[in-house]
Design a protein around this ligand. Structure first.
Ligand code: NI
Length: 243
């Protein structure tokens, strides 16, 4: 149930029965030769809206302007600073809490959002905040492993590309037809949560934008299966969170 498609009368009635809401957090950044700029935002929007319908939960508009400074040398990327994103999230949480929302579930799709989201989570005692990235759900992760194994990589992952193929459009692989350079375990550990270097360095190191991910393994059929698993997992986790 989309919050932006509701009236305030409906929201007031909803709050008498349920004090919970889902807020999807994505990004607007390059996703390699065959990944859409909005991939992260599109994935969390799709999953949240279908799970929200299932769980009877409102879903707030997706936060798509988020920190992605390392991708700024790729055209189309829009990045805001971490303090700005954090302040925005804080004001959203404060505003919703003042109206009676007590359970706020962030469904995340972009690693760099996690640190600021967690700082907000630590700040509030009267509002319950849960932060989950869609690929963390056990059933979703099992599919990622089954379909792609190590080729899932870190950025422009075949699983996120598959979701956008199922929900939006499929682009010919082009330069992504060949596998990307493989990441070492050390690299993946050091750069978890999108802790990447400066924009020039990042583009020089990953010239086509993929970071260890073989995007071309994605298919719309995979995307439908991942979406279904994510929808069920989120609806279930959200229900547990608000009860
Ligand atoms: Ni992404």
């Amino acid at each position: 149930m989309r919050l932006d498609h509701a009236t305030w009368y409906e929201v007031e009635a909803y709050l008498k029965k349920s004090p919970g809401i889902i807020i999807p957090t994505g990004s607007t950044e390059q996703h390699g030769p065959m990944g859409l700029i909005g991939t992260d935002a599109l994935c969390v929007t799709e999953i949240s809206e279908s799970a929200g319908d299932l769980a009877g939960a409102y879903v707030a508009p997706t936060l798509a302007y988020t920190p992605a400074p390392f991708n700024m040398k790729f055209p189309g990327t829009i990045s805001v600073s971490e303090p700005l994103f954090e302040a925005l999230v804080e004001e959203i949480v404060t505003g919703l809490a003042s109206q009676g929302f007590k359970y706020i579930y962030f469904l995340n799709g972009h690693g760099a959002n996690l640190a600021p989201l967690r700082r907000i989570q630590d700040k509030y005692e009267t509002v319950n905040i849960r932060i989950k990235s869609w690929w963390e759900f056990e059933t979703v992760n099992a599919l990622r492993q089954e379909y792609y194994g190590d080729w899932e990589g870190m950025h422009a992952t075949p699983s996120e590309v598959a979701i956008t193929q199922a929900a939006h459009r499929t682009i010919e692989p082009g330069l992504a037809a060949t596998p990307p350079q493989k990441l070492t375990a050390e690299y993946m550990k050091a750069h978890a949560g999108d802790r990447h270097g400066p924009p020039d360095e990042h583009r020089a190191q990953f010239p086509d934008g993929r970071v260890g991910s073989h995007s071309a393994l994605a298919t719309p059929e995979h995307g439908h299966a991942i979406l279904m698993a994510a929808k069920l997992a989120l609806a279930e986790d959200y229900a547990a969170f608000i009860s």
